[in-house]
Design a protein around this ligand. Structure first.
Ligand code: NAP
Ligand code: ZN
Length: 351
């Protein structure tokens, strides 16, 4: 006896999304059920509906950064009550006892089945894959449901659930802060939030963008300096000067040009997910003892920490709020790098 709700998804890769009926599980004792108010559109949603990684299962309902209001709680739930704000990001379950889970790194769960993602993962309760936040409601275990600070604008805060944690986690891990120069490569959904978070951590923030308009806007977003990365002279000025680079670029690009910007012992952290391998030249890393590394979202405790940090520093995304019937147009614009800086769907329009 599941609950049937409306969602927006697709039955095949690279096909327009459409309104469909999906089922949510009945409330379990440790579950929180909430009505979804806003859901962001991440480039990973686009990669997945296009099946860029060959990992897609269809029908697919994307959406992994969403917020809403609690409508019911299971008998064992203690930290949420009906009417509270609730939010879900990428992770909705994990084994809970492997090394990674015990160290608050549920995104790297090594248990059987690994991390359950909010969409396109085998659903442990239903005879289907998990269906994401492009939908009217969600049911999630309390342990994986985040508390949304009520001081933040809800629609603009929704992207923090993926974009926010994906950049907060590596900035913290690699020590962004006072005295460090942080480079942000690619100023889309992730990149523009990274500028705000790195600045709030006290770092000197330099933006590297292929878009001339964003060079100007980067300063408004809080960057101290901005470089048009297609201009070799401007790039050269930062050679060996940057301590940490967060690379959010969603497509293939010349990574060596950015490795050359790293200071001694500097790290380039890849969070963008180009579907093709990137070529790294040996001399670009041996020189300066540089590191080329990566990072994947962040654990549940760290996601809550990031939300609290953003509330404290008044950080939200710059969004374009759309209705459910504009999702296909938004995907097309995201593909064409035509969004400043995150689309968020007003889920109440899925009536
Ligand atoms: P987005 O809003 O589309 O931003 C990507 C940015 O990359 C663009 O704004 C653009 O910045 C730059 N770019 C795009 N195509 C390019 C090209 N061909 N050459 C050079 N630069 C290009 O995407 P997003 O939502 O921020 O996501 C970014 C990437 O991170 C995606 O691949 C996504 O799947 C991935 N992601 C990873 C994680 C993780 O945990 N590792 C989590 C979320 C998302 P400029 O205009 O400034 O050049
Ligand atoms: Zn995402």
């Amino acid at each position: 006896m599941a609950t049937h709700i409306k969602a927006v998804g697709t039955t095949q890769a690279k096909k327009p999304l459409e309104v469909m009926d999906i089922a949510r599980r009945d409330l379990q004792p440790d579950d929180v059920q909430f009505q979804i108010l806003y859901c962001g559109i991440c480039h990973s949603d686009l990669h997945q509906v296009n099946d860029d990684f060959g990992l897609g299962h269809f029908p697919m309902v994307p959406g992994h950064e969403f917020v809403g209001r609690v409508t019911a709680v299971g008998s064992e739930v203690t930290s949420f009550k009906v009417g509270d704000l609730a939010a879900v990001g990428c992770i909705v379950d994990s084994c809970g006892h492997c090394h990674a889970c015990r160290h608050d790194l549920e995104q790297f769960c090594e248990g059987e089945g690994g991390t359950t993602l909010s969409f396109n993962s085998p659903d442990k309760y239903m005879d289907s894959m998990t269906y994401g936040g492009f939908s009217q409601s969600y049911v999630c275990k309390e342990k994986y449901t985040l508390h949304m600070p009520d001081s933040l604008d809800l629609a603009s805060a929704a992207p923090l659930l993926c974009a926010g944690i994906t950049v907060y986690s590596p900035l913290k891990h690699w020590g962004a802060g006072a005295g460090k120069t942080v480079g942000i490569v690619g100023i889309g959904g992730l990149g523009h939030v990274a500028i705000k978070i790195a600045k709030a951590m006290g770092a000197h923030v330099v933006v590297f963008t292929t878009s001339a308009t964003k060079v100007v806007d980067a300063k408004r977003l809080g960057a101290h300096e901005a470089v048009l990365s297609t201009n070799p002279e401007q790039m050269k000025a930062f050679a060996s000067k940057v301590d940490i680079i967060i690379d959010t670029v969603s497509a293939g690009h010349e990574i060596n040009a950015y490795l050359n910007l790293l200071a001694i012992d500097g790290s380039l952290v890849l969070v963008g997910l180009p579907s093709e391998p990137l070529e790294v030249g040996a001399f670009n890393v041996v020189q300066g003892r540089r590191s080329f590394s990566g990072s994947n979202i962040g654990g549940i405790a760290e996601t809550q920490e990031m939300l609290n940090f953003c509330a404290e520093h008044d950080i939200v995304a710059d969004i374009e709020l759309i209705s459910a019937d504009q999702i296909n147009e938004a995907f097309e614009r995201l593909e064409n790098n035509d969004v400043c800086y995150r689309f968020v769907i007003d889920m109440s329009t899925l009536g």
